[in-house]
Design a protein around this ligand. Structure first.
Ligand code: NDP
Ligand code: HSE
Length: 431
């Protein structure tokens, strides 16, 4: 093991500056802990003139980050630019091909190109680590890829996007509007460059893809994730859920059904008895259903400068100690091409909010559709009374197959009395 580990840090935004701060603040501690000096050789961003609130004067400046992958004074490329294609992909590929280890926080890149990059890292005998890419400051990749390797995993449920959890929490506690809270999350450095990824489930889907790959020993396959975001939720849904004893959480869910891997991101109603119920603000959490340790639960800050930088540093410390772990928990040649199944075969209870015209016979038309699919209603509440006008009706069903429920809701939405698309939310009672 060498006495110094030299970093090239590409990207000096929210996360990149946090990493520089930790290296500068904890240099001596890191050396005592690893027996190796962790030093920054060079940094890169778009704008070399911007004051980033940290002293960069001792480091080389690189205009084109891909050239970091060719420098003799860089052992590890720390990729903190973002994006699944373009400069981040070129940089990581070139670094691995040139025999340099890579540490990245880029879940989009890993979800789309993880299998190829893992093979490249193995072929070149270098590390590729991405702890910060999933659930911010929670060491979930380490837990999944190392500590839980003695378990067969049946399912995993996670609150995997800090921005959307922050939005849902703020809407619930402060009655604030969606757009206002999203702006706040952006100002705090939680949101992606394109915040649509946070609210439409894409970002959580990227992270779920990586967790599913480790959990089930399959190649990451983002295309197989069913994505549903929080954009269509109303403040009323959050309030109805609260009245019923639930909170709405955007959950990433992966499980095996008859040997096939199911991957989905969708808002779910989580009961008060679940540990996920209390996960608020920018916090993330992961609940794993395993055969030996049963149901370990992890929580912590899921986004933001220092929690994410903490995870990046954990990966750098592994490299300083000479530790390299297979990218998805096993050699790439053993990763399987998963057979994927849709959520349609998953059975659960559902919350259904309808906006329907308040007139005689409406409930009969709705319940007739549910009856035709064998879906039984547990409770039904009408909010307000406005003859001839639209009112909200909220239903809770008994257990039903997702596929049946979705088709029934489509038919209910097409009834003349429906004035807007119904809102269907899974109730996750078993967590
Ligand atoms: P930012 O947008 O804050 O920072 C991105 C950085 O990349 C900026 O410094 C920018 O330069 C630089 N950059 C962009 N394009 C280029 C280019 N062509 N050449 C050189 N530098 C470039 O992003 P974050 O720090 O928030 O995120 C970085 C990564 O970490 C992403 O993959 C993100 O998904 C991931 N992540 C982020 C978390 C968070 O809480 N923010 C949490 C977990 C993961 P300049 O500053 O000059 O514009
Ligand atoms: N935008 C992401 C989130 C950052 O809000 O969770 C952390 O990956």
């Amino acid at each position: 093991m060498s006495e110094v580990l030299r970093l090239g840090i590409a990207g000096l935004g929210t996360v990149g500056v946090g990493v520089v701060e930790i290296v500068q603040k904890h240099g001596a501690l890191l050396k005592r802990r690893t027996g190796c000096e962790v030093a920054v050789s060079c940094v890169s961003a778009r704008d070399s003139s911007r004051d980033r609130g940290v002293d960069l004067s001792g480091y080389g400046w690189v205009d084109d980050p891909v050239t970091m992958a060719e420098r003799d004074d860089v052992d590890v490329v720390v990729e903190l630019i973002g994006g699944s294609e373009g400069i981040a992909y070129d940089l990581v590929k070139t670094a691995l091909s040139n025999g340099k280890s890579v540490v990245t926080a880029n879940k989009a890149l890993m979800a789309h190109h993880g299998a190829e990059l893992a093979e490249l890292a193995e072929a070149n005998g270098v590390g590729l680590s991405y702890e910060a890419a999933v659930a911010g400051g929670i060491p979930i990749i380490k837990a999944m890829r190392e500590s839980l390797m003695g378990n067969e995993i049946a399912a995993l449920y996670g609150i995997l996007n800090g921005t959307s959890n922050y939005i849902l929490s703020e809407m619930r506690t402060g009655g604030r509007g969606f757009a206002d809270v999203l702006k706040d999350a952006q100002a705090k450095g939680y949101a992606e460059a394109d915040p649509a990824f946070d609210i439409n489930g894409t970002d959580a889907g990227h992270k779920l893809t990586l967790l599913a790959a480790i959990a089930f020993g399959v190649k990451p396959n983002f295309d197989a994730v069913e994505l549903n975001g929080i954009e269509h939720l109303l403040l009323e849904d959050i309030q109805f859920a609260e009245e019923l004893g639930y909170r709405i959480k955007l959950l990433g869910i992966t499980q095996k059904i008859d040997g096939a891997v199911v991957q989905s991101v969708e808002p779910c109603l989580v009961p008060r008895s679940s540990p996920l119920w209390a996960i608020e603000d920018v916090y993330n959490a992961v609940y794993v259903d395993c055969d030996a340790v049963e149901t370990p639960f992890f929580s912590g800050r899921g986004a933001g400068r220092m929690p994410t930088a903490s995870s990046v540093m954990g990966d750098i410390v592994d490299l300083a100690r000479g530790i390299r772990v297979p990218v998805f928990g096993m050699s790439s040649m053993h990763l399987l091409d998963a057979v994927h199944a849709p959520m349609d075969r998953v059975k659960s209870r559902f919350y259904l909010r309808l906006n329907v015209v308040d007139e005689p016979g409406v409930m009969a038309s709705i319940t007739a559709v549910l009856r035709d699919f064998g879906i039984s209603i547990e409770s039904m509440v009408q909010r307000g009374r406005a003859p001839g006008e639209a009112v909200h009706v909220v239903l809770k069903t008994h257990g039903a197959l997702t596929g049946d429920m979705r088709t029934a809701v489509e038919q209910i939405g097409a009834l003349d009395v429906s004035v807007e698309k119904p809102c269907l939310i899974r109730i996750e009672d078993d967590l």
